[in-house]
Design a protein around this ligand. Sequence first.
Ligand code: CS2
Length: 475
Amino acid sequence: MQDRLFREPSAAPAGIVHLGLGAFFRAHGAIYIAEAMAKSGGDWGIVGVSLQSPGTRDKLKLQGWAYTALELAPEGEKPQVVTVLRDVLVAPEGPQAVLDAMAAPAVKIVSLTVTEKGYCHEPSTGRLNRAHPDIAHDLENPLPKSAPGFLVRALAMRRAAGLPPFTVLCCDNLPENGRVVRGVVLELAGLIDPALAAWIEAEGAFPAAMVDRIVPATTAADLDRLEATAGYRDEAPVMHEPFRQWVVEDDFVGAARPDLAAVGAQLVGDVTPFEHMKLRMLNGTHSSLAYLGYLAGYETISDTVADPEFSAFVRGLWHGEIIPVLTPPPGVDLGAYADALHARYANPAIRHRTWQIAMDGSQKLPQRILGTIGEARAAGRKVPGLTLAVAAWMRYASGRDEKGQPIEVKDPLAQRLAALWRDDPAATVAGFLALAEVFPPALRDDPGFAADLTAALSGLIRDGAKASLKGASHK
Ligand code: CS2
């Protein structure tokens, strides 16, 4: 047995550049792509790009870009060595090298997992946030900082070189993610060079995609455990559940893509119903459990749903609030989907921290929770559970837990959110509801919602998260 994981990197050209080389992509898209190449061939090796820090690159470099993906099932663990990466670049160290990689003739696809906030858009409208400091920078400088900036500048290089554009494949948890990234790219390109925007609009492709796999952050204990069982040291493994799903709109420039269908991805004409189902049923309840579970003192999602009251609460969210206003994708039974989600959450091998999921609530709530609330209220339906979840987010964002202890709130709006907290719950609710980038007009202008949210927040402050579940549960 070798001491450290190492594989000789392949010299075959890369067909994909991936922006945002976090654990999720390495445990999801990269594995599908590696399997598709093994099955059907093609030069689809990946150049990974870290947009922020060199940590992942430094570790993977020692391993020839190889890493272990460790499947965590209730019945045991299964390692798989993934060798699909050809190189890893760190954008702040060398933005030109990233642009050159994206403009290489062999590259057909640029995929992205840069998290919700990485698109520099306004979550409630989907439009480019021109006041974003990175966008302001990228408008003035040819060497970008933001993901939209890299896409636009690299597409400009391709156009100048007479190459076709690459397909932009967004793999973040945004509704109609292809349309959103297309919108921000066209808007930014239009501000730089209207002819470039017209070319991208005519020639480009921005397929939508629904991505799904639960990937908790890797811990130091995971590294040691893997070393003990696998017999080698891997400094950058990723942890994931057995389940995976990838539903992709089949719209690629020149139809050039890995044979994803051969390895279980679904290539469809319309991803929207799959996206809605996943964002609202999975991510919506994930966030609800994250805020309420954290406030109730639970460290992980599996700990949270092991509490029978939380288990009943989340089933109530699905059956009483979310499913009634959801159109199922063709052939999908939403009740069975909910049961499968519950089993995935309960997987004790996955230590997915409530704190991790609670991150960036201001960017996540609109598509995960607020859309359902808006549609349910418009249909005259009560949604006490999701309303309680929004109140729990507000309480969490105050930065103090139920025992008065500080919470490390990670959110681009963290400071503004904390400053909205008042002694009077109605005033707190009014302050939050005024956040136009989070709350859609229909909820901002709905006095009934403000009243329900105020009642939920008052109860949460008075009784605590766990005791508040009862009043918000469905039979
Ligand atoms: C989670 C997601 O961190 C979060 O916000 O809700 O990362 C979730 O685990 C994935 O979307 C599952 O596919």
